[in-house]
Write a protein that binds this ligand. Structure first.
Ligand code: SF4
Length: 458
């Protein structure tokens, strides 16, 4: 005789998948709001239209991937199993109850072969951001930026130290340009003698020691106070503070500083999304004079945390003891002598106008001991050529706008990274290489944007 549970197994039901998915399910809301049909057009060129077996709809493949990032399912094998038994996932993909779920290996192969290097994930990310913009979720008033580390798929045992040539840095070539402009300005104003531009001498390449991984050579060694050490990538994200929509994602190896790609990414937001940014906020890692200058040139008010560190002056007389006279472009020292502009100085961190007192004055000055340091025979003052831009932004420190920008930066940047790491697969990578890392970070950001779109509008 059959038991009750056996009876239930052979019962026939008249149901449809439509009845099984609740009306207020997140995926139903998402399907109402987001349009993924553009994927067919974007992937058209990757398919052969007159040969081979019919392919799986690329929209289904991309939505399949997105389910993994929306629900924190890292493994593609597990994702296939979850879709088999979850009616809402099936409904979202347009698969009926009896339809076969595409195999996880089909997903992997499409990802690795067909969609590889095709910028599909960036297009997906940008199209979803554009849809958020059309729905009024982005206003461009304040963009906040930060980066977070994402663990590379590389064991610590695979690390070794190699000697490599130090790569040319975009920051330094930008400084070269500013140095040349400033030099020309000062020469034309008769403040510095004319100097023929000297071609930069071919110097011996600088060799540095670098820790690399054998298993993922494109990852970078990450070492920051209070953070896990090892091979990582960095996901640099910029968010619009109106509703926390991520408007840019850029991935670098873990040993790149936060500020390195910053201004380029601000330009990329402007170019790809076409809105003008009014102001921007970032943490102290971005508080670099060149960044302040470039942001000012773009007409963007730039907020960073107030730096409470006092400059480390070695002498008793600090810069504030000297008075600047703009008509003569000279500083007056406490001893009543002038420090005229002597040269333009350049180092790894910036370009400085150097003002110097006469040696003959300093050597007989009664304030000599309080003013001179080390073996310098006369007093010199260095003024960063970007000082005005830095000062303008720093002077806003403590204002209501500054406090609000930093408050929103903390909420949206740190809150988003925490949510992405906890629920949208941003903690670690399963695949290797910079390209795979960028795809992963873009999909995680797209998942969070879709969630925020639904939360804001439904
Ligand atoms: S040491 Fe030189 S710069 Fe300093 S107060 Fe005396 S004269 Fe002026």
């Amino acid at each position: 005789m059959m038991t009750n549970s056996e009876n239930k197994q052979i019962k026939f039901h008249m149901i449809t998948i439509e009845n099984l998915v609740p009306e207020n399910h997140f995926l139903r809301k998402l399907n109402r709001l987001a349009d993924f049909s553009f994927i067919r057009e974007e992937t058209k060129a990757f398919y052969c239209h007159n040969n081979g077996r019919p392919c799986i709809d690329p929209v289904v493949l991309v939505k399949y991937l997105l389910i993994g990032f929306l629900y924190g399912i890292e493994s593609e094998r597990r994702l296939e199993q979850e879709i088999q038994v979850n009616m809402a996932y099936r409904w979202f993909l347009g698969l009926d109850l009896d339809e076969r779920v595409p195999d996880h290996s089909t997903l992997s192969q499409n990802r690795r072969r067909r969609f590889r290097s095709k910028e599909l994930y960036r297009t997906l990310f940008l199209q979803i951001v554009r849809q958020c913009m059309e729905k009024g979720l982005v206003d461009g008033k304040l963009i906040v930026t930060d980066s977070t580390h994402v663990k590379a798929n590389a064991s610590r045992q695979s690390e070794h130290v190699v000697e490599v040539e130090k790569a040319a840095c975009g920051y330094l070539s930008k400084l070269d340009e500013y140095e040349q402009v400033e030099r020309t300005r000062l020469e034309n104003a008769g403040k510095l003698p004319h100097k023929e531009p000297v071609a930069r001498r071919e110097t011996t390449p600088k060799i540095i020691s670098k820790r690399v991984s054998r298993t993922d050579p494109e990852a970078g060694f990450y070492k920051r106070k209070g953070k896990p050490e090892g091979m990582h990538y960095l996901s640099h994200q910029s968010l619009d503070t109106a509703n926390g929509i991520i408007v840019d994602v850029y991935t670098t190896p873990g040993n790149v500083t936060d500020a390195t790609p910053y201004v380029e990414r601000i330009d990329a937001i402007h170019q790809t999304l076409g809105f003008a940014i009014e102001s921007a906020g970032a943490d102290s890692g971005y508080d670099i004079s060149l960044v302040h200058q470039q942001m000012q040139e773009r007409g963007i008010r730039f907020y960073t945390p107030i730096n409470h560190e006092k400059p480390n002056y070695k002498s008793s007389f600090t810069r504030s003891d000297f008075t600047y006279e703009s008509e003569t472009d000279t500083f007056q020292c406490p001893g009543g002598k002038g420090l005229p502009l002597k040269r333009l100085q350049r180092n790894e961190y910036g370009v400085y106008r150097e003002y110097r007192a006469e040696k003959s004055n300093c050597q007989i000055c009664p304030f000599k001991n309080a003013c001179l340091t080390g073996s310098f025979p006369s007093r010199r003052l260095q003024v960063n050529i970007f000082e005005a831009a830095v000062k303008k932004n720093h002077d806003a420190g403590g204002s209501a706008g500054h406090r609000e920008a930093l408050r929103l930066r903390q909420i949206w940047c740190e809150g988003s990274f925490a949510a992405q790491k906890a629920r949208h697969n941003l903690k670690r990578l399963l695949r290797r290489g910079l390209e795979a890392a960028e795809e992963h970070c873009l999909l995680s950001a797209t998942a969070l944007n879709l969630k925020r779109m639904v939360n804001c509008l439904e």
